[in-house]
Write a protein that binds this ligand. Structure first.
Ligand code: ADP
Length: 401
């Protein structure tokens, strides 16, 4: 069987999976691994395979050592990348700018082109490049493919992509809506027409990716026409720790009146805000438990979250004109039935009717949760970004073969 190796390299961590591209979204990967605390005194590698978990603690000075060590652990079990039939390596790359929409075979200039996009993703793209360079060195004989988080949104209509700020300044600084989580939005939205029995070229839908990060998109006939994240993944919905949309004037106010630095505000809006900023916790299971204990802050945080989600759903319904499906995905969207009920509450007059019994079924694969007479179908479709990257990478490898 031919597998794909999927690598998601961060600044101090590497997540990787060895996946059968033909598997289903809810299946466990053949192997999954996590290298943490790269560059710190003590690092850790965790590998999972066949229901077993192996943990190694040691110092991991850089990404190369992290991947080498991980591959070494796999080799002792007979499942190292060079011992298996790996047909492709897929790399998650956060920012593809205006350059990349499709997955790209990584040959000579591609890494430099990703490097040129570092100003747009100063934390993510350098870490992605580290992962690419190390993996290409360790596995030189296998095609490496970059899959971009922004790719699915590369061709947003200008009216949705442009910000109403001075055009010269915007162009000089490459400021526009890029969107993120594109791999997930594409993976999920491509399954919906089959599930509701519609032609993909005549399906208008809204996808709600609600995880720790959260974003939504409007997709018309297979093409994204709007999305909630912007120049950066900070925009749009209220998230676990990110604020989502705020009045940009708040930033000036925090500098001028609050005496905060730009880095402090960056940290505030990305890591100390969202549901966590309002309630103290970012995990929805904890938030739900606090609401049940009648914690007022948790209740307020939840309502702000739902209110913002409904604003976006409403505006995308108008943007699409006719909506065939609204789909929930990712950790919160797949598991929190109350969020789904509240997000679509009182929308019967727009043709949206969630069936409470179907909605209460446990998370078990793609399913429809609306009533039979709901004109807008409501679905839960588990996402699996690694599997989507594996599929894209192995498709490109097949074209080369
Ligand atoms: P990430 O954005 O990190 O990829 P995920 O899509 O894995 O996030 O979602 C993680 C979040 O999903 C958790 O922080 C938690 O809020 C939520 N979550 C996971 N399982 C459940 C559950 N059973 N009920 C409610 N929320 C859940």
């Amino acid at each position: 069987m031919a597998y794909a190796l999927v690598i998601n390299s961060g600044s101090s961590s590497i997540k990787f999976q060895i996946v059968d591209p033909e598997s289903s979204a809810s299946e466990d990967p053949f192997v999954s691994g996590l290298v943490e605390q790269i560059g710190e005194q003590q690092g850790r590698i965790t590998v999972k395979h066949n229901g077993q978990k192996y943990v190694v603690q040691r110092s991991i000075p850089d990404h190369k050592v992290g991947l080498e060590e991980s591959f070494g652990i796999l080799e002792t079990k007979g499942i190292g990348p060079t011992q298996l039939d790996i047909s492709a390596v897929g790399h998650r790359v956060v920012h593809g700018g205006m350059v990349f929409s499709e997955p790209e075979l990584i040959l000579g200039p591609v890494v430099d082109m990703i490097r040129d996009l570092i100003p747009l993703a100063p934390l993510h793209n350098p870490a992605n490049i580290d992962g690419i360079e190390v993996a290409r060195e360790l596995l030189p004989g296998i095609p490496h493919v970059a899959v971009f988080d922004t790719g699915f949104f590369r061709h947003l209509p200008p009216a949705a992509a442009l910000y109403a700020i001075n055009a010269e300044v915007a162009e000089k600084n490459q400021i526009r809506r890029y969107g993120f989580h594109g791999t997930s939005h594409e993976f999920v939205s491509s399954q919906v027409p089959g599930l509701i029995g519609r032609d993909p070229l005549h399906t208008r839908q809204i996808v709600l990716h609600l995880g720790n990060g959260a974003s939504c998109s409007a997709v018309e006939n297979g093409h994204a026409i709007d999305t909630s994240m912007g120049l950066t993944p900070l925009a749009g919905l209220v998230m676990g720790t990110r604020s989502g949309d705020i009045d940009p004037g708040i930033i000036f106010h925090l500098v001028r009146q609050g005496g905060m630095t730009i880095d402090e505000i960056d940290n505030l809006l990305n890591r100390q805000s969202g549901v966590k900023g309002l309630s103290g916790v970012n995990d929805f299971r904890e938030l739900r438990a606090m609401i049940e204990e009648e914690n007022g802050d948790a209740w307020l945080a939840y309502n702000v979250y739902i209110n913002q989600l409904r604003r976006y759903i409403g505006s995308y319904m108008i943007a699409l004109g006719r909506v065939d499906a609204i789909t929930f995905t990712a950790g919160v969207g797949e598991n929190d039935q109350q969020v789904r009920l509240d997000a679509l509450d009182n929308m019967e007059m727009y043709g949206v009717k969630v069936d409470p019994e179907r909605n209460a079924q446990p998370n078990d694969g793609p399913r429809i949760i609306s009533t039979d007479d709901s004109t807008v179908k409501v679905l839960v479709v588990p996402t699996n970004e690694e599997l989507a990257i594996a599929q894209k990478a192995s498709r490109i490898a097949k074209q080369l073969a």
